[in-house]
Design a protein around this ligand. Structure first.
Ligand SMILES: *[C@@H]1O[C@H](CO)[C@@H](O)[C@H](O)[C@H]1NC(C)=O
Ligand SMILES: *[C@@H]1O[C@H](CO)[C@@H](O)[C@H](O)[C@H]1NC(C)=O
Ligand SMILES: *[C@@H]1O[C@H](CO)[C@@H](O)[C@H](O)[C@H]1NC(C)=O
Ligand SMILES: *[C@@H]1O[C@H](CO)[C@@H](O)[C@H](O)[C@H]1NC(C)=O
Ligand SMILES: *[C@@H]1O[C@H](CO)[C@@H](O)[C@H](O)[C@H]1NC(C)=O
Ligand SMILES: *[C@@H]1O[C@H](CO)[C@@H](O)[C@H](O)[C@H]1NC(C)=O
Ligand SMILES: *[C@@H]1O[C@H](CO)[C@@H](O)[C@H](O)[C@H]1NC(C)=O
Length: 486
């Protein structure tokens, strides 16, 4: 805390000098002459209505200048959309009540220091899909509104998107003037590795509710990255290079939504650090090109889970029926009450009835496009699951749940099997092995028989010849019958 304040204090001094200099320059240029807001340059170029200035996709090549912005003073714009133009340089905007500023898709490369210092009410700043590099942004660029001594924090700043730019790292104090940020989008930047400095920038945002780091070429996440964000609810880590679930997720027990799509995770087992996410409601594990096995307890402990997407994993073959189950101290099994379950487009040959505690809680589900083996293991699917899916109006699922085996049922859908009240027999593969096993047993039995009986018979014959039994008959009649049977 103390070091943080010191930091912002020193930043004041650094910034206040430069900022004050430019303030005087700016004030000279301020000259509002036009009383009619709709006749200003900006509103003749863009459409202005109801507090919204829409300049989207107008082939603009230069940013508006201070006098242009000053012309909007009477219009009192709340939202300005300049996206989809070719503006490479952003310069300072006049004092206006703008809350939303959309500068996305503009080819922006440079942003003047303090461009937003007059926008006290700024809450949403979209700088996504530009060409902003690491060196083009620093705390001066994002300097907050001017106080007596220099820039102070933006009091309403909630949302900042820097997605799809050319950021390799972030300066530690980049977000100095927006400490209350709730949503930060850094997706589609070549971060590759979150170094200590970048981590500092992110972990200082302790009120963050949503962090997006999709497609940032990340292989790991550093310890401590999420330790300070006690309120982080949504985290998008999709399309990165994680081969296991990042251990740092243990630090984010407040997560409600987690996206790990398109990561090369091979195996999910009980070591998968998700157990602390007791508040997680929605988990997405889709398009994991290498995922093969999900073992017992792999997703255990997600007691609040409501939506699970584990689909389009073309190699996912082994899904343990207990993958969602955890046990409490009394050895009782604990299950989440899933309401939506998507297991479509995997390599599963069966849906085990044991994967959910209560199938009736489901309101949406998809199991289609798996190579189903239509044998007795899937009988319950025909008899129980299909009718349940019908009540969910999930007909397309049923019609795309197709038998791959056995040959005589190949191509039939589970909908058709249900309509025909089909009884599925246990699979060929199994009966073949059973036959083989019993054949083996017979052969083995015969061999044992021969090996064991032959010497026994021999011994008996020898004994009989020597008159052993006649001697026995006299002494012990009990053995008599047994011996005769032999
Ligand atoms: C922008 O430029 C493109 C091609 O240069 C043209 O087709 C389009 O009409 C222009 N749009 C506007 C709003 O001027
Ligand atoms: C233009 O930007 C505003 C403010 O950022 C936003 O609300 C609006 O949806 C954008 N318009 C379009 C068509 O995306
Ligand atoms: C900004 O405008 C783009 C359209 O170019 C839109 O997709 C995006 O959602 C807008 N951003 C915000 C924050 O509304
Ligand atoms: C995560 O859960 C384990 C037990 O499952 C516990 O020992 C650990 O302290 C938890 N970690 C955090 C950061 O809450
Ligand atoms: C998945 O399980 C199968 C069978 O148990 C095993 O042969 C395979 O190596 C496992 N794959 C991975 C990636 O762990
Ligand atoms: C799908 O599973 C079958 C066994 O059930 C296996 O032979 C095949 O290699 C798997 N396909 C892929 C793409 O992993
Ligand atoms: C869904 O399938 C059931 C039985 O298979 C049928 O009665 C119902 O009409 C179908 N609904 C739609 C919208 O196709």
């Amino acid at each position: 805390m103390v070091s943080c304040k010191l930091l912002s204090f020193s930043a004041f001094f650094v910034l206040s000098v430069s900022v004050k200099l430019s303030v005087t320059q700016v004030d000279v240029g301020t000259d509002t002459t036009s009383p009619d807001p709709l006749s200003t340059t900006i509103c003749t170029t863009c459409s202005c209505a109801d507090g919204v200035v829409n300049c989207m996709n107008l082939n603009l090549t230069t940013f508006f200048e201070i006098p242009d912005w000053d012309g909007l003073k009477d219009f009192k714009p709340l939202s300005v959309n300049l996206s989809q133009n070719s503006i490479t340089h952003i310069s300072r905007i006049s004092k206006l009540p703008i809350r939303e500023l959309n500068l996305s898709n503009c080819d922006i490369q440079t942003i003047e220091d303090g461009s937003f210092i007059y926008l006290e009410d700024l809450a949403i700043l979209d700088l996504s899909n530009n060409k902003i590099s690491t060196s083009a942004i620093n705390k001066k660029v994002f300097a907050g509104p001017l106080g007596i001594l220099g820039p102070v924090n933006f009091k309403n700043m909630q949302y900042l998107s820097l997605a799809n730019n050319d950021l390799h790292s972030l300066a530690q104090d980049l977000f100095l003037f927006m400490p209350d940020l709730l949503h930060l989008d850094l997706s589609d930047n070549p971060l590759a590795f979150i170094d200590q400095v970048t981590m500092g920038a992110i972990s200082d945002l302790k009120y963050l509710r949503e962090l997006r780091l999709s497609n940032c070429e990340l292989e790991t996440l550093p310890d401590g990255l999420l330790r300070r964000q006690r309120k982080l609810r949504r985290l998008d880590l999709s399309n990165n290079r994680f081969t296991t679930i990042p251990a740092v997720l243990k630090e984010a027990p407040s997560l409600v939504y987690l996206n790990l799509d398109r990561t090369p995770i091979q195996t999910l087992d009980s070591s998968a650090s998700l157990g602390n996410l007791t508040k997680l409601q929605e988990l997405s594990l889709s398009r994991l090109s290498r995922l093969q096995n999900v073992s017992a307890g792999a997703l255990a402990g997600l007691g609040d889970l409501v939506i699970l997407r584990m689909n389009y994993n073309p190699r996912l073959t082994n899904l343990d029926p207990d993958f969602l189950v955890s046990k409490n101290e009394d050895d009782e099994e604990l299950w989440p009450n899933l309401r939506e379950l998507y297991l479509n487009n995997n390599n599963l040959s069966t849906i085990d009835s044991g994967i959910l505690d209560n199938w009736k809680e489901l309101v949406a589900a998809d199991f289609s496009t798996n190579p189903f083996i239509c044998d007795c293991k899937n009988q319950w699917v025909v008899d129980v699951l299909v009718p349940l899916l019908v009540t969910m109006s999930a007909n397309s699922t049923i019609n795309n749940m197709v038998c791959k085996k056995p040959a005589e049922l190949k191509g039939l859908t589970f909908g058709q099997l249900n309509e025909a009240s089909k009884t599925l027999v246990c699979s060929e593969a199994e009966s073949i092995t059973e036959v083989q096993v019993s054949n083996m047993a017979i052969i083995l039995g015969i061999m044992i028989g021969i090996v064991v009986t032959f010497p026994m018979v021999l011994v008996l014959v020898l004994l009989w010849r020597r008159g052993f039994f006649s001697r026995l008959r006299e002494g012990k009649p009990d053995y008599d019958e047994e011996a005769e049977d032999l």
